[in-house]
Ligand binder design. Structure first.
Ligand code: ZN
Length: 66
């Protein structure tokens, strides 16, 4: 039954990984200085859920990868 080990060709995998790296570039870790909440967003414009605009933004690509 399972005679195909992978559904993806190498080219498809490459595209998929490129898409992931692009997604990482758009991910911004947000940290609220008022309520200490953290969340990930694709925008650095959004205020915190608590209404505070004192939010610091750390792009995820600054973190070392594993
Ligand atoms: Zn907050």
């Amino acid at each position: 039954m399972a005679d195909s080990p992978s559904q993806f060709t190498p080219a498809e995998l490459e595209r998929w990984q490129f898409g992931l790296s692009q997604a990482n570039l758009n991910n911004i870790l947000c940290h609220c200085r008022d309520c200490d909440a953290t969340w990930v967003d694709s925008s650095d414009e959004a205020p915190c859920a608590c209404g505070s605009h004192r939010v610091e933004h750390i792009p995820c690509w600054q973190f070392p990868d594993g």
